[in-house]
Design a protein around this ligand. Structure first.
Ligand code: 8YV
Length: 303
């Protein structure tokens, strides 16, 4: 039996390549006859590119966020889009909480202090602030936001959240319809919004100002959700206490002003980057393609 033709975008580890080669004839350039596209990375997928694939029926995205794909353009062309939700939720929530604690308790700086011999030479590391019991705000209470909130609730943090409509939550969680009002009430603001035009800049200059000099912004979603110019200014002036960031507007070439700041913890967009989760994401991407070619319902459709 001939293998279906698919276009491969992005760099895949051997375990994915094995599964992909076993099931498909792989192409690296668009053209006729290609019915599915396996996409990885944050490469802009617009209507003009889709038009170079006249037989395309499916874009199978490796990742939960599909802000790089013009969904309206895909729908107009009768192209289905799938993503990889759920399988990465725990990892992303784990990293958000890890970053929050690491940045508050200066885990990277204290490690450097020990390695530099400063513990013996200069004495104990300066005292910091406590994490447990502080007030947490979650921006976007989808699957990932909820998993972060559940973890922070275990640290006895009162949970407030921003979302368009209130969600079903454990008793005592507070919904805010106004992002600025939420920011004014919390010690930590963790951004777990989906990317895309609807959420662009939602962490605005006003939200950052409302957080204030003692608060921390944590972002594991997309750089586009934050007014990055306002964030940099506030971190530089001390108007915002600190930030822990896994994502940036211009990643991977982030604004070099971040590198000069001591009140920021920087991560290389690695929230889903464990072997277990990346294998599960690759499997789900291939399972969606297999369903498409077998004319079965897609597992995790977006449109
Ligand atoms: C990326 C992510 O997909 O799932 C998402 O939305 O941002 C990540 O998991 C990953 O970097 C692979 O491109």
């Amino acid at each position: 039996m001939t293998k279906p033709d698919i276009l491969l975008i992005g760099s895949y580890p051997d375990w994915d390549m094995e599964g992909l080669r076993a099931g498909y004839t792989l192409h690296t350039e668009p053209g006729p006859g290609i019915r599915a596209l396996a996409m990885k990375g944050h490469w802009q997928m617009d209507g003009a590119f889709m038009d170079r694939l006249p037989d395309l029926g499916l874009i199978a995205n490796f990742g939960v966020g599909y802000d790089a794909i013009d969904i309206a353009a895909a729908t107009e062309r009768g192209i289905k889009v799938t993503n990889t939700p759920d399988v990465l939720t725990d990892d992303v929530a784990d990293l958000a909480v890890g970053m929050l604690i690491a940045a508050t308790r200066h885990i990277p700086q204290a490690d450097a202090y020990v390695r530099a011999g400063r513990w013996a030479a200069d004495g104990d590391y300066p005292l910091l602030r406590k994490v447990t019991g502080k007030r947490a705000g979650i921006f976007g209470l989808g699957r990932i936001g909820r998993a972060i909130a559940d973890r922070l609730a275990a640290f006895h943090m009162p949970i407030s959240y921003y979302s368009r409509a209130p969600k079903e939550t454990p008793a005592g969680w507070t919904h805010y319809a106004d992002p600025v009002a939420l920011a004014a009430e919390v010690d930590y603001l963790v951004v777990a919004l989906a990317g895309g035009p609807e959420t662009a800049g939602l962490v605005s200059r006003e939200v950052i100002a409302a957080l204030g000099p003692k608060a921390m912004l944590v972002n594991i979603s997309r750089g586009s959700t934050v007014d990055e110019g306002a964030l940099l200014e506030a971190l530089e002036s001390g108007a915002l206490g600190s930030a822990a960031l896994d994502v940036f507007a211009s990643e991977p070439d982030l604004d070099s002003r971040f590198l000069d700041l001591e009140n920021v913890l920087l991560q290389p967009h690695q929230a889903s980057a464990t072997v277990e989760t990346r294998q599960a994401m690759g499997q789900l991407q291939r399972d969606n393609m297999a369903a498409f070619f077998a004319d079965k319902p897609l597992l995790t459709p977006v449109n």
